[in-house]
Design a protein around this ligand. Sequence first.
Ligand code: A2P
Length: 274
Amino acid sequence: MKATLIDRLFAATYDRFIMSNLTPQTVLSIRHWTDTLFSFTCTRDPSFRFDNGQFTLVGLEVNNKPLVRAYSMASANYEENLEFLSIKVQDGPLTSRLQHLKIGDSVYISKKSTGTLVTHHLLPGSTLWLLSTGTGLAPFMSIIKDPEIYSHYERIVLTHTCRFIDELAYKEYITQSLPQNEHIGELIRDQLIYYPTVTREPFRNRGRITDLIQDGKLFEDTDLPPFSVERDRLMLCGSPHMLKDTRALLKAMGFNEGTHSQPGHYVVERAFVD
Ligand code: A2P
């Protein structure tokens, strides 16, 4: 009985703490890419700051309690609004509700941001590879819109692997809109290579990124030399399996993971909601 009361008090204090770190924002647009994937934009608190590539907490109030999960910003830090990419899990506590968002609804966004997909965790290099699967694309959408990244690297390669073509979110935006953008279009045209691949239906680029690295197809198709510790830097974001296998591949090639205290050759973040 006593423990239950303490548990409840603790839970209530924890909920209040979480709520005090959230701000309500208004949903501005929603796009359903497939039955299992959607994105939305919402207003941004003027005091909310982040580095491109970072994540925050996003959620709803359910039964008078905050229900939040980590989401990477797909919008760049200079944009007026925030954008998030999410899967829809039918029985998922948050995404089963979040997928029904409508324009004008309230969504809670944390006041804080954090994350490891930042260039100061990486040693200097000349090619930056952004390897993603599924919603792991989101932080890289923010990074490829960052003009500064193009001054750190000669070339940025963004790979996105999904099961099906429809799941290649933002494909047209990356290939058609961004190159025409009045501020960063030239950087995108000159320095960004976008390499989408799918694994479960025919497409011009087919297969898991790990296989495409190992059999050299990725380098053949992008016209770039195979990974070298001296030249190449990587950011990984995707499913736990993809991260585990890619890490093992990189380790075998002599690449070290970078951290805040010790920059390395690559950094890793998992795609959060599952
Ligand atoms: P596959 O279709 O061969 O499983 P998921 O939807 O399961 O998160 O997967 C997203 C994409 O990541 C799929 O194209 C999937 O390929 C791929 N993938 C899954 N596991 C791995 C892995 N261990 N290494 C590389 N890619 C993977």
